[in-house]
Design a protein around this ligand. Structure first.
Ligand code: KIV
Length: 298
């Protein structure tokens, strides 16, 4: 018998488990930042020191599938604006869309930690507004943590959320909600700019985030940040030295054809398979070959 208050058959992944993964792999990791993460669990059942595998999902069906495949974290990313809603970037995504998709994913009852992205400007405008918006993800939509973009600028916001018992995943480097400031989806932190990304990551870790997404930065910067912070780094286009990786599901399944970032490995060409399957169906219906008796009732 452990000392958990309630023992469940399936070991649910918590923000604490994700935070402790890094400590399990390299005790004393990240000497520069204070140990202030918002978690209170113990190392153990949920993965020991294994690297963290995260993936996005936006609906019940895919959430069931990726959870059954054993991911540690399901992120309901605001990338849904692009891959689900056909927007050119994530700036047009609002709270209602994020809540709708987060609720759909939570109905899958995933074992993985369920993290929801706070959309553009939803974590600005004062502490009360930020807490109200963040709490909706936990209270109405079933998320277990929120993610927000930014470094030094959002450190106090992260502190407020963590202080209110809302676990926060940070996100630095290429923060897509700042696409108009960056002038496009461009690699960040090359040369001297790397110092700012580094400071941003330290600020987020010190503010109490339980993990930090590093997006589209040089791999050496990914390594430097990973060595410097005590919380796990989860890379997307940040090289192999991060403590974990995250991919957009539509990218890894070859389902989103408009934009193929260099870091997005296609694990299965489902886009091609969908087109082939549906065109076979079209041909069979046109030719009167479908349905057959076996697909009919008597
Ligand atoms: O919105 C998203 O899917 C993300 C990941 C790319 C990290 O933020």
């Amino acid at each position: 018998m452990g000392d958990d208050i309630v023992e469940t058959a399936r070991a649910k992944v918590t923000a604490a488990d994700i935070f402790l993964r890094k400590q399990a792999r390299e005790p004393g990791a990240g000497g520069r930042t204070e140990r202030r993460a918002s978690t209170n669990g113990k190392a153990g059942e949920n993965g020991g020191g294994r690297k963290i595998a995260a993936v996005t999902a936006y609906d019940y069906t895919f959430a069931r599938l990726v959870d059954a495949a054993g991911v540690d974290v399901i992120l309901v990313g605001d990338s849904l604006g692009m891959v689900m809603m056909g927007l050119p970037n994530t700036v047009g995504v609002g709270m209602e869309a994020m809540l709708h998709h987060t609720l759909s994913v939570s109905r899958a009852g995933p074992r993985a930690l369920l993290v929801a992205d706070m959309p553009f400007l939803s974590y600005d405008g004062g502490v009360d507004r930020v807490l109200t918006n963040a709490s909706r993800f936990l209270q109405e939509a079933g998320a277990e943590a929120v993610k927000l973009e930014g470094g030094v600028r959002v450190a106090d916001t992260i502190r407020s959320l963590v202080g209110a018992n809302i676990p926060v995943m940070g996100h630095v480097g290429l923060t897509p909600q700042a696409v108009h400031r960056f002038g496009g989806f461009k690699v960040q932190g090359r040369g001297r700019d790397g110092e700012q990304v580094f400071e941003d990551a330290l600020a987020v870790a010190e503010a109490g985030a339980f993990s930090i997404v590093l997006e589209s930065i040089p791999l050496e910067l990914g390594r430097k940040i990973t060595e410097a912070v005590h919380v796990p780094t989860i890379g997307i286009g940040a090289g192999p030295h991060c403590d974990g990786q995250v991919l957009v599901l539509q990218d890894m399944l070859g389902l989103y054809e408009e934009f193929r970032p260099k870091f997005a490995k296609v694990y299965a060409p489902l886009g091609e398979q969908v087109k082939e399957a549906v065109s076979r169906y079209v041909d069979e219906v046109a030719a009167g070959e479908f349905p057959t008796e076996s697909h009919s009732f008597r």
